[in-house]
Ligand binder design. Structure first.
Ligand code: NI
Length: 259
C-alpha cells in the first residue's frame, strides 16, 4: 500500500529538526509520497530545498491568507519565480480565512486572486485554504480563477451542502484527521458523498493529529494511515483498495510521475 500525504508542513519548526526521522517513520507506515506546503516566502524557499533533496517529495508554494497583509508585488513576483521550479506541483496554500482575521479580508482577496493568476499562467493546480469564508472563496474562484484547471479544498471541514457545491464546480476535496474526530459527524457525512476520483488525503501536520493519536501533539505523515482507515471504513472499502484509488486521484491531480 502506498499513500501520499498531499498537504504537510515538513519545514515547520515542530518537524524540521527531525525531518529524516519523520520521513523514515512515514515510509514504514506506507506513506511514501509527500507534498510539503509553503505558507510565506521563507517557507516557500525551504519546502523547495527539502523537496529537491528527497525522492517522491514535491513542493507547493504559496502565501497563506494569514500573511496576506504584508504581500507586495515583489512577493508575488518572487513566488512566481519559485513556482517555475520543476519540483513545484501546486500553488498554495492560498485562500481566505475569516476565522482568525490576521489579515484584512481585502488583502486576503487580493493575494488569493494574484496566486490564482500565477496558477493559470503556469498551469498549476491550486491548494485552497478556506475557513469561515466559503461563499467568498467560491466567489473569488469564480471571478479570478479563469484558466485555473484544478482546485482542491484542503482540510475540508464543511457540510454536505458545501461539499456538493465544491464538487459541482469540478473541484477536489482533501480530508485531514479532522474526519476522525469524535465531534466531526458533519464532516464524515460530507466525506460520504465525495467520489474517490475527487478525494485526497492529508495530515496538515504538524497540526490535526487524527484519532486515536489525537493526544500526539505533533502530527506527522506516518499518522495519515488513521485518516485513511477512517475514510475507507466510511466508504465500505478495503484499506488497500481505498489507498490505491486515492493515490491514483492524487497522482492525476498533481500530475505526479507514475510510480
Ligand atoms: Ni496547511
Amino acid at each position: 500500500m502506498e499513500l501520499i500525504d498531499t498537504h504537510c508542513h515538513l519545514t515547520f519548526d515542530e518537524l524540521a529538526d527531525d525531518v529524516e526521522g519523520v520521513i523514515e517513520r512515514s515510509k514504514a507506515a506506507g506513506v511514501t509520497g509527500w507534498i510539503t506546503v509553503g505558507t510565506d516566502t521563507q517557507q516557500n524557499q525551504r519546502v523547495l530545498q527539502l523537496a529537491e533533496r528527497h525522492e517522491n517529495m514535491y513542493a507547493a508554494v504559496g502565501i497563506h491568507p494569514h500573511d496576506a497583509k504584508d504581500v507586495t508585488t515583489e512577493t508575488i513576483s518572487e513566488l512566481k519565480k519559485l513556482a517555475k521550479n520543476k519540483k513545484v506541483v501546486a500553488i498554495g496554500e492560498t485562500g481566505l480565512d475569516f476565522h482568525y482575521d490576521f489579515s484584512p479580508p481585502s488583502d486576503q482577496r487580493r493575494v488569493f486572486a494574484a496566486q490564482l493568476k500565477i496558477a493559470a499562467e503556469l498551469n498549476l493546480p491550486v491548494i485552497v485554504h478556506c475557513r469561515e469564508a466559503f461563499d467568498e472563496t467560491i466567489d473569488t474562484l469564480e471571478r479570478f480563477g479563469s484558466g485555473v484547471k484544478k482546485v482542491v479544498f484542503h482540510c475540508f471541514g464543511g457540510s454536505v451542502k458545501q461539499a456538493k457545491i465544491v464538487l459541482d464546480y469540478g473541484f477536489y476535496i482533501s480530508f485531514t484527521g479532522v474526519v476522525t474526530f469524535k465531534n466531526a459527524d458533519p464532516v464524515r457525512q460530507a466525506a460520504k458523498i465525495v467520489p474517490l476520483d475527487k478525494l485526497m488525503l492529508e495530515t496538515d501536520c504538524p497540526y490535526m493529529s487524527p484519532e486515536p493519536m489525537r493526544k500526539q501533539k505533533i502530527n506527522e505523515p506516518a499518522l495519515l494511515i488513521h485518516t485513511a482507515r477512517c475514510l475507507a471504513e466510511l466508504k465500505g472499502l478495503d484499506l488497500a483498495d481505498f489507498a490505491k484509488a486515492v493515490t491514483a486521484t492524487t497522482t492525476t491531480f498533481f500530475a505526479l510521475p507514475d510510480r
